[in-house]
Design a protein around this ligand. Structure first.
Ligand code: UTP
Length: 294
C-alpha cells in the first residue's frame, strides 16, 4: 500500500439540475469558463498538487468528459499541419503528467456512493477527492495544502472555509475542537444545517483527502438526507472516532455550481488572461454605464 497520495477521485455523475436546461445534454463539468471546461481547472489543481492518476466517476451522457481528456488524432494532425498545435497544449500537458481513468456510477445514489464506486480503482491507499463545482485558485493549490497536513497527521481530512451564518444550509459544516488553527480536530459534521443548528461556520466546499477506511464506512451507511448515500455521514463516523481533521485552506474559491458563482468565475478567469484583461474591463465598464443610463 502506498502511503503517498497519488490518486484523485473526481465525482462527476450528478445531474447538474441548477444548470438546466444546458445540462440536459451537456455535462456541467464541460461548460467553459471563457474557453476552458470547468473541470480542466479542477484537474490542473490536482496535477499541480502531485496527483498522478485522475479517476472520474461518470454516468451515462457524460462521455464528453472522457473524450475531452483523450487524444484526438485527426484534430492534432490538422492543427499540426496549420502550425496551431499549441491550441491543445494545456490538455496535452495534463495528459503527459497524469493518467485518466473513468468508472461508471450506474445509479445516482449520492456523493458518498459516487466515491464508493471508485473503490476498486483506488485500492488500499489514501486518495484525494475534488468536486468540480468548487473552483479554488491558490498557491500552493488547495489539494496540495491538504496533502501536506495528511503527511503530518496520517488521517482523513477536509478543506474548510468560513461562511456567513445564512450560508450554512448550502454546505457540510464541521464542529471543530478549540485550537489555534488553521488545522483543527473535527468532533462532528452535519450536512446543510440551518444557521441555528450549525455547530460552526466552517464549511466544506468539496476538497477531501481520505484514507481507504472510508469505503468500509460507506458500505455500512443507509441513505441519508435526500435519500442519498452522503459522504458527510461517513466523515461524521470518522469524526466520532477522532480520525478527522479540518484545514482552513488559503485560496480564492468560486461556487461554479451556482449561476452567479459561475459568472463571477468567468469574469475572474477572463481578467487573469493578459490578452483579455483590458478589453473585458472596458466591456464591463461600458455595460455598467449602459445599465445606469437605461
Ligand atoms: P451536487 O449535489 O451538487 O449535484 O453533487 P449536481 O448534480 O452536481 O448539481 P445540482 O445540485 O443538481 O445542480 C456534488 C458532486 O457530487 C457529484 C456531482 O457530479 C457533483 O460533482 N455526484 C452527486 C455524483 O457523482 N453522483 C451522485 O450520485 C451525486
Amino acid at each position: 500500500m502506498s502511503s503517498r497520495i497519488r490518486k484523485a477521485v473526481i465525482p462527476s455523475a450528478g445531474w447538474g439540475t441548477r444548470f438546466l436546461p444546458v445540462t440536459k445534454s451537456i455535462p456541467k463539468e464541460m461548460i467553459p469558463l471563457v474557453d476552458t471546461p470547468m473541470i480542466q481547472f479542477t484537474i490542473e489543481e490536482a496535477v499541480k498538487s502531485g496527483i498522478e492518476q485522475i479517476i472520474f466517476v461518470t454516468s451515462r451522457h457524460k462521455s464528453a468528459i472522457e473524450d475531452y481528456f483523450d487524444r484526438h488524432v485527426e484534430l492534432e494532425a490538422l492543427l499540426k499541419a496549420s502550425g496551431k498545435l499549441d491550441l491543445l497544449k494545456s490538455i496535452e500537458d495534463l495528459r503527459n503528467r497524469c493518467e485518466f481513468v473513468a468508472v461508471r456510477q450506474a445509479e445516482m445514489k449520492g456523493l458518498g456512493h459516487a466515491v464508493w464506486t471508485a473503490k476498486q480503482t483506488v485500492g488500499d491507499e489514501p486518495f484525494a477527492v475534488l468536486l468540480g463545482d468548487d473552483l479554488i485558485f491558490g498557491e500552493p493549490p488547495c489539494t496540495k495544502q491538504l496533502i501536506r497536513v495528511f503527511e503530518e497527521r496520517g488521517t482523513s481530512g477536509v478543506g474548510v472555509m468560513q461562511v456567513a451564518a445564512e450560508e450554512t444550509q448550502k454546505y457540510g459544516i464541521v464542529d471543530v475542537a478549540a485550537g489555534p488553527g488553521p488545522t483543527y480536530s473535527v468532533k462532528g459534521m452535519i450536512e446543510k444545517p440551518s444557521p441555528k443548528d450549525a455547530p460552526s461556520r466552517f464549511a466544506v466546499p468539496g476538497r477531501y483527502v481520505l484514507t481507504p477506511e472510508i469505503f468500509a464506512i460507506l458500505e455500512t451507511l443507509s441513505p441519508g438526507r435526500g435519500g442519498e448515500i452522503q459522504l458527510t455521514d461517513a466523515l461524521a463516523v470518522l469524526a466520532s472516532k477522532n480520525q478527522l481533521w479540518a484545514h482552513e485552506f488559503e485560496g480564492r474559491r468560486f461556487d461554479t455550481g451556482d449561476r452567479l458563482g459561475f459568472l463571477e468565475a468567468t469574469i475572474h478567469v477572463a481578467l487573469s488572461r493578459p490578452e483579455l484583461k483590458g478589453p473585458v474591463r472596458a466591456m464591463l465598464e461600458r455595460k455598467l454605464q449602459e445599465e445606469g443610463t437605461s
